[in-house]
Every structure is written in structure tokens, then in C-alpha cells.
Design a protein around this ligand. Structure first.
Ligand code: KIV
Ligand code: NA
Length: 275
């Protein structure tokens, strides 16, 4: 059964934790579908798929193509499109046009955008237009230059109060969920208690209503990236590399392909014509 925004609301009400991962392609989506409640086609695409050191260069076209693949692979999990940098900040009209494009061209069910009070006009307009919105506060990587780096947010009482206020405001504007990224666990716990919409944490502790991770991080595909908040559920980097190496050794050693991997002529007669 397809997970919807109503399912998310119900899970929060019933105290059932919400699990989410990022995903950027059809093949992975088919494997992930139904194993998690929600899938985010994150603008972390810039890092994981394109090798940039920030999410700033990611475009609507990048994430439209990626989300089309993910949606085709997804029958159950809720699919959220992550609005890229400068696809919604310019104006409410710009946000409506781009979020509308995301829903029309990909078949995703919701969009996510970064920011608290400052993007509430956009959140309200999208919600009124029938486009479900996930907000995202705390560490907002699209503001890396303004924040002076990717660092934990809300470590002082004053900053924490601002985050709590932002969470209240995005709920009031109509967001159906909010991502809390890299904030102290007690702050995330307090926000999760104070708002009625589910909080989805990443680096925000166990008090959140749900969790999200970047899938390459939790599968251990990225050996030189292991932030404190990531738990590895597999060691795919080594598994993949050793498969690639074994393949090359087989090719060079004449062990691949074998007879079972080859095609034959349609009959002995046809074969004889070759010689
Ligand atoms: O782009 C992304 O992967 C995200 C999640 C980490 C929340 O925004
Ligand atoms: Na993102």
C-alpha cells in the first residue's frame, strides 16, 4: 500500500517511528521500496552522485531526472523531491512553478525545502496549492557559506529557542513534516514534543519521530566519510571493490566468460558455414 502524508501523520500520533533514506536512481529505488516509509531524492545528489563538495550546484533538471527514476521504482514508499538551491528562495511564484514542475514531471508526492520562518510564505503557498511540503531546519547545507561550514546548529539556549520557533512556524505555515539536521538531541526532542507534525532527524538524536540517512553512508560505500551520526549497516565499499577486482582477474585470466555465458549458432550446419 502506498504511504502518504496521512500515514506520516498517523505514525506520529501512534508513536510509530518513521524511517527514511535518500535515493537517486531506479535500480536502488526498487531495492529500497517498501523497506522504508519514505524516500528523499535529496540534493545530496550533488555530493553522492556528482562528486561536488556542496549541494549548491544541483539543478532542477538533475533532480527531475533522478526522481523520475526513483518514482518508477517505487510502489510503496512516499517519495519526496528536494528543492535545489535557488529553485524556491527567489519568490513564492518561483517556488510554486518549480514544485509544480516536480510533481507534474516526476509523480513524486511531496517536496522539501530548507529554512524556517524565512520560507514560510513558500510553505504556505505550496500547501494551499495542494503540494505537501517537508521543511528542513538546523544545519541547512544550502546555506553552507552563510553558516561558515557544515556544523552543528542550536548548541546555545538562544539558538535553540530560534530553532523551536522555526519549527512552530513551519508547522503553522502548513508543512506536514520537518527535517532536523545536526542539532543537539535535547533540542530535537523538545521540538518533537512541541509540534504536531513528525520530525525526521539526521544527527538529531533518538527523540525525533523519524530518522533519515544518506543511503551510501549507511551502506558503507563511502569509506572516507564517517560523521558521528552515521551508523553503517553494510560494508559495500569493500564488497564492491573486491567484486570489480575479481571480475578483472577473471577476464585477464581467461576464466570469464564461461561456456554458460556464450551464445551458439542455431545449428551444426550453420556453424560449419563459418569454416
Ligand atoms: O539532501 C539530503 O540528503 C537531505 C537529507 C540529509 C535530509 O536533505
Ligand atoms: Na538536501
Amino acid at each position: 500500500m502506498k504511504t502518504t502524508v496521512l500515514t506520516f501523520r498517523k505514525m506520529k500520533r501512534q508513536g510509530e517511528k518513521i524511517s527514511m533514506l535518500t535515493c537517486y536512481d531506479y535500480t536502488t529505488a526498487r531495492l529500497m521500496d517498501g523497506t522504508v516509509d519514505g524516500i528523499l531524492v535529496g540534493d545530496s545528489y550533488g555530493n553522492t552522485m556528482l562528486g561536488y563538495d556542496s549541494t549548491l550546484p544541483v539543478t532542477m533538471d538533475h533532480l527531475i531526472a533522478a526522481t523520475q527514476g526513483v518514482v518508477r521504482g517505487c510502489k510503496e514508499s512516499l517519495v519526496v523531491f528536494d528543492m535545489p538551491f535557488m529553485s524556491y528562495q527567489v519568490s513564492v511564484e518561483q517556488a510554486l512553478e518549480n514544485a509544480g514542475r516536480a510533481l507534474k514531471e516526476t509523480g513524486c508526492q511531496a517536496v522539501k525545502l530548507e529554512g524556517g520562518a524565512s520560507v514560510c510564505p513558500q510553505i504556505a503557498a505550496l500547501s494551499h496549492a495542494g503540494i505537501p511540503v517537508v521543511a528542513h531546519i538546523g544545519l541547512t547545507p544550502q546555506s553552507v557559506n552563510a553558516l561558515g561550514g557544515n556544523r552543528v546548529q542550536g548548541k546555545t539556549g538562544e539558538e535553540a529557542e530560534r530553532l523551536i520557533e522555526d519549527a512552530r512556524k513551519v508547522e503553522e505555515a502548513g508543512a506536514f513534516a520537518v527535517v532536523l539536521e545536526c542539532i543537539p538531541a535535547p533540542v530535537a526532542e523538545r521540538i518533537s514534543r512541541e509540534v504536531n507534525i513528525p520530525t525526521i532527524g539526521i544527527g538529531a538524536g533518538a527523540g525525533c519521530d523519524g530518522q533519515i540517512l544518506v543511503y551510501q553512508d549507511m551502506l558503507g560505500m563511502n569509506e572516507d566519510f564517517k560523521p558521528k551520526f552515521v551508523k553503517r549497516y553494510a560494508a559495500l565499499a569493500e564488497e564492491m571493490r573486491s567484486a570489480f577486482r575479481e571480475y578483472t582477474a577473471d577476464v585477464k585470466g581467461g576464466r570469464f566468460p564461461e561456456a554458460s555465458h556464450q551464445f551458439e549458432m542455431s545449428s551444426e550446419e550453420e556453424l560449419k558455414k563459418l569454416y
